[in-house]
Design a protein around this ligand. Sequence first.
Ligand SMILES: Cc1cn([C@H]2C[C@H](O)[C@@H](COP(=O)(O)OP(=O)(O)O[C@H]3O[C@@H](C)[C@H](O)[C@@H](O)[C@H]3O)O2)c(=O)[nH]c1=O
Length: 384
Amino acid sequence: MRCDLFCSVVDNFGDIGICWRLARQLQSEHQWQVTLWVDDLVSFQKICHSIKPNLASQLQNEVLVRHWTVVLPELTESDRPDLVIEALACTIPPSYLQWMASFTDKPLWLNLEYLSAEDWVHGCHALPSPHPTLPLQKYFFFPGFTEQTGGLLRERGLVDSLVKSRNSTELQQQFWQKLGLLDAMNYQQKISLFAYSQAQIRPWLEQLANAAQTTLLLVPQGQLATDLTQLFSELQTGRFDHNSLSIRILDFMPQPMYDELLACCDINFVRGEDSVIRAHWAGKAFIWQIYRQEEQAHLIKLQAFLDKYLQHASQEQKACIEQLHMAWNLEQDISTEFATFKEFSEQIQLHNKKWQEYLIQQQDLASNLVRFAENKLIMSRNFS
Ligand SMILES: Cc1cn([C@H]2C[C@H](O)[C@@H](COP(=O)(O)OP(=O)(O)O[C@H]3O[C@@H](C)[C@H](O)[C@@H](O)[C@H]3O)O2)c(=O)[nH]c1=O
């Protein structure tokens, strides 16, 4: 099977993060021949350091990465893919659509949608939509948390390997060494903090600094790290130590390392669409800052997720997790909510384990997509 996957980087790293994981998985687990078209190789390089932004085409992890520029290179019949994926609301160029439509044996066209836990997704997943003028139709493919959706990205063996990292002091030690954080194991609590802006973050940081427990707070480079440097000028050096709190600014690391970071921390603040799912597989307590949308539409999506995730949680757990999520997403001071969250940390850990078990019973997104595409192609080829 040959697949062309189109990815446009709107902002941040979620678009390329998701597409890069999917491309690698389709290649390594399903032996597909994948071409990943990306319009921003500089962002891509942040999460895959071997990317060379000046190249029009390059092979990375057996995936052909092509720079998607305004004018696409000339394509010939021998380039014809079996499947074309238009990821995360990007728009395939009209010239490419015309080229697709020119074949008798037309490629299958999928629109990989954004993640949502809302129930309307069940009715829209896998629906076809005919192109208004060309003899083509595309199918909507929705990731999600239930069997009625396309599922979640999860590589084979990932959860087992993260459990190993979680349970082995030696592997953790090696990991922290790779990051250059030789004293990480000495801290009683390690928190990864990947988030958008947080206007009221200071009181929470003071709470951590004044706590009995020592905390190592790991913040990836980006807007939040810049904001924290405004609060604590010492952070210009990438380090800040005050009483029980140590903050370290980290360079962006390759995706597999980021996955391991989440497994080695005790609490993970995650954001967007991809890191939140990684936090699920890491199996630690997590707090999600959802990507903001106009007119607070994201809060409806957040509540839909919390309703699913906390469906079987006790009333107290539900209240404490919901309150922390709401305060964090509304950029309020989270000191009180975080203290309660910590009180319940053992129960939250157990709850997350059950939630993870429920999700793992479902097929992963790449496998669902492969099955869907193969069935559709077999049907269309039988009819033509
Ligand atoms: C911090 C870090 C992240 N990453 C990866 C993990 C993820 O694949 C990616 C971050 O993506 P997200 O977690 O989704 O957060 P994000 O905020 O960067 O991405 C967002 O982008 C918007 C355009 C989308 O519309 C949002 O829905 C969302 O996906 O970066 C690394 O590989 N290394 C790192 O060091």
